[in-house]
Design a protein around this ligand. Structure first.
Ligand SMILES: Nc1nc2c(c(=O)[nH]1)N[C@H]1C(S)=C(S)[C@@H](COP(=O)(O)O)O[C@H]1N2
Ligand SMILES: [Mo]
Length: 340
């Protein structure tokens, strides 16, 4: 409660000030006010300018964002002969392609940062040497250096234009270059007991300090893992990407090899894969272990699903253009049969 008490300088009962003096006072006050407003606008402008500079700094210059993610020379040299890859014309975005640098500056890569600017932290990450091992419940386990992988599946290599949808509601439209996952998995020849496929990212605390013991993120269930059912993994869409936009993957996008699963929320598209294995039960992926209610195993893009926050709309990186979320991210034709 506020009770008004007259203070000594309260002009109780009118003022004795002659008109002239009052006028002078008023104009002085006005001038003081104007001066203060000017000061405020200077400070405000200063804050705005600092804010804008800060924002520019956080965004980073386009050339820095792209240069920071440049993979090791050997990786670049190795994939260069495969570009430009033949485009798989079955897949089109149905919306504008995301500008390369806008995708590169806003990434999810928790090994390096909880922020979206993981491009600032990926420099120590080495993409050479890199081997992919494929094993578990199969007749033909393989350990492939990247050269072997590319040589062996060269005929399958193509470009696919896919929509990507993160559960955080941002989306992008990306031209990936790589191999259909099913070709690689078939080569391993799974046993009858195999029901699921498990994917494992790398764990090198020297290159991604957040995985080291006693750091803020050491309690995450490293390494990052993901999983699909056998039927999902064997369908047309899952793609093992080695490149995007006509060149090798940038580090922040999961160089030198990542999965792309366009009808599921983005976390299923695991980056920087070292191992793929056939298993006989549903694996427990990284995010599903952290929070199974928000990140369930299946995680198909679904505008009316059970994710605890609304998934009805999505927003494109770079432009902010909004679209209604589509069931299976619009890939119904390829995957709806898996869920009937
Ligand atoms: N190893 C690893 N893979 C990952 C992630 C990660 O943090 N670590 N983030 C996932 C999430 S949440 C999304 S949305 C996509 C983002 O891909 P992009 O950053 O290349 O756009 O990568 C997925 N793959
Ligand atoms: Mo995501």
């Amino acid at each position: 409660m506020f009770i008004h008490k007259p203070r000594p300088f309260d002009p109780v009962g009118g003022t004795e000030t002659p008109e002239r003096v009052a006028l002078a006072h008023r104009s002085l006050a006005r001038r003081r006010l104007t001066r203060r407003a000017f000061g405020i606008s200077l400070v405000g402008g200063g804050i705005a300018a600092a804010g804008y500079a800060g924002y520019r700094w956080l965004r980073g210059r386009d050339e820095d964002v792209l240069a920071a993610g440049r993979p090791d020379d050997e990786t670049l040299r190795r994939v260069a002969p495969f570009f430009p890859a033949h485009r798989d014309e079955r897949f089109t975005y149905g919306r504008p392609e995301t500008v390369e640098v806008e995708a590169a500056r806003y990434t999810n890569f928790y090994e390096f940062s909880r922020s979206k600017w993981s491009w600032r932290y990926v420099e120590p990450f080495r993409t050479e040497p890199w081997t992919l091992s494929i094993g578990g419940l199969c007749r033909n386990p393989m350990t492939l250096a990247m050269d072997d992988l590319l040589a062996r599946f060269a005929r399958e290599l193509c470009e696919r234009q896919y929509r990507h949808r993160c559960v955080e509601r941002w989306a992008m439209a990306i031209p990936w270059t790589g191999l259909p996952l099913k070709a690689v998995l078939q080569a391993a020849d799974p046993l009858a007991a195999a029901t699921h496929v498990r994917f494992v990212s790398f764990q090198h605390p020297d290159q991604e300090p957040r995985q080291a013991p006693a750091t803020a993120d050491a309690s995450f269930p490293w390494p990052y893992t993901e999983g699909l059912t056998m039927a999902e993994a064997a369908c047309e869409l899952p793609f093992l990407a080695v490149g995007m936009y006509g060149h090798a993957l940038l580090k922040q996008h999961g160089a030198p090899l990542r999965l792309v699963v366009p009808w599921k929320y983005g976390y299923k598209s695991i980056k920087s894969i070292e191992r793929i294995e056939w298993v006989d039960r549903q694996p427990l992926p990284f995010w599903t272990e952290v929070d199974p209610r928000s990140y369930p195993f299946t995680s198909n893009v679904d505008p009316s699903g059970t994710i605890p926050w609304s998934q009805k709309r999505e927003e494109m990186l770079g432009t902010g253009e909004e679209f209604p979320t589509q069931l299976y991210n619009g890939y119904e034709k390829y995957v709806a049969h898996l869920y009937r």
